[in-house]
Structures are given as C-alpha cells and as structure tokens.
Design a protein around this ligand. Structure first.
Ligand SMILES: [Zn+2]
Length: 247
C-alpha cells in the first residue's frame, strides 16, 4: 500500500523485525502480554520521542560588547513521567534570536546541533563545559560581577548551565563551611591591610569595593574566571573561590 507523506520528514528509524515484536504497541505481541499485570513504563529521553504541542521554557537575554544587539536564548523543556515519582524536566530544544544577522549562519547551526543532542537523551550537561571553554581569538569581555566571558559561545554555554541548574539537571557543588570561613578571614585581613587598620571588621568593606563586589585592582582568577585575585603576603589569593597560588 502506498503511503502519501504530507509532512516534512524530520527523522526516521529503520524498524527491524525484532523491534516490532518487542514493541508493546505491536498488536501481534499483545494477546499474550495482556494477561499479565500492566507494568509502569518509565519514559527516558530518546530521539524518537514525539514533541508535544506545547513545551515550557525560559528565555534569557545576553548583552555582549562583541555583539551590536542583544541575543535572546530560549530553552524549551519536556516534562517526562508527569505526576509520577520519575517526573523529570529535560531540555528539548534551543532557539537563539537577535536583530543582528551577522552571525546568523553559525547560530542556526549551533542551535540545531544542541537541540539534536538534547533529544538524543543521556547526560547532556557536558555541553556546558564544552561551550564555556570556547575562546574568541579577538578576546573576551567582563560581565557584571567581574566574571570573564572568553567568547559569545561561552556565554551561551553559561546560559544553558543556568537553565540546567534551574530545572535541577546540574547541582551546584556546595562550598564547604571551612572554605567559606577561610575566604571570609582572608578577605577581612586583606581589607584591614588596605585600610591601614589593625583589625577592620568584615562589614566595613563597602568603601573599598568596586562594582564587582571585590577590591579594586583585583585580577582575574584562572580557576573561577572572576576578577577577585588579590596579592596577600606575596601570594595571589582569590576572594571568590579561595584559590591560592601557594596552596
Ligand atoms: Zn577564583
């Protein structure tokens, strides 16, 4: 029988005879199975999962000095196993929009490939690290908070990371109490030295702070990409993540 295809073909799978037999939808395999108690199926992300008519998502704005106009990054999610203990929200597709058409070609290619990776399933969080490691040979730029962005691709990666954190796919490693205490102590000591006082409390930091929240003159930390590295006792120390060149 000839089947007329009226829609665009977006993907295909070759159905093997063993797939047909294994598929619960195949009517031939049904009669024997129907006697057994119905089992709950946990739906995992896979590439032939059909896109529902409506998806939930978020749009993020990126303003970069490398771009004339803002970029709007939309990540849409699919919610799997709704209402069960296995409910899971996963990114399904990404779109990037801008008035600026200069970069249209690679942006379209990038979003299509990322969307395809999302739909493949499995662990998709590796995309974040891959993208954040992209350096623009013309140089990066600083964002509010003193965070260095090595390229526009890295910033798109940071947006995906932020999104994955918001839906619970990536968990922020908690900074332990002793590290936090150590940073606070180092910071207090640095500010005390900068103010020329013997023991300035932490709360008097506002005067020496720049817009980034770290002392003016702080340099870029290679570990956390934040402008928070200060020289203390002849040793470069980061007041954001606690990194120290002298260990
Ligand atoms: Zn750092």
């Amino acid at each position: 029988m000839a089947i007329k295809i009226e829609k665009k073909i977006k993907g295909y799978n070759v159905v093997k005879p063993e797939d047909k037999a294994a598929s619960p939808a195949a009517p031939a395999a049904q009669p024997a199975a129907s006697k057994e108690a119905p089992k709950a199926e946990i739906i995992q992300m896979h590439e032939s999962l059909e896109r529902p008519e409506t998806l939930v998502g978020s749009t993020y704005k990126i303003k970069s000095p490398l771009f004339e106009h803002a970029l709007y990054v939309t990540v849409n999610d699919i919610v799997l196993n709704v209402g069960t203990a296995y409910e899971q929200r996963r990114p399904f597709e990404i779109f990037i929009n801008s008035k600026n058409m200069d970069h249209f070609q690679w942006i379209v290619a990038l979003t299509r490939i990322i969307s395809a990776v999302f739909r493949k399933g499995g662990d998709v969080t590796f995309l974040v690290e891959e993208m954040k490691a992209v350096f623009d040979p013309r140089g990066g730029y600083f964002k509010a908070g003193g965070i260095y962005m090595p390229s526009i691709v890295a910033e798109i990666g940071a947006v995906i990371e932020q999104h994955m954190k918001s839906i619970g796919l990536i968990h922020d490693p908690e900074m332990d109490e002793s590290t936090r205490k150590l940073i606070a102590e180092k910071r207090a000591a640095y500010e005390a030295a900068a103010n020329g006082k013997s023991a300035a409390p932490v709360s008097t930091e506002s005067k020496t702070e720049s817009a980034t929240g770290f002392p003016p003159g702080a340099t870029l930390c290679a570990k956390c990409n934040t402008q928070a590295l200060v020289l203390m006792d002849g040793c470069q120390t980061c007041l954001n993540c606690g990194y120290s060149k002298c260990g």
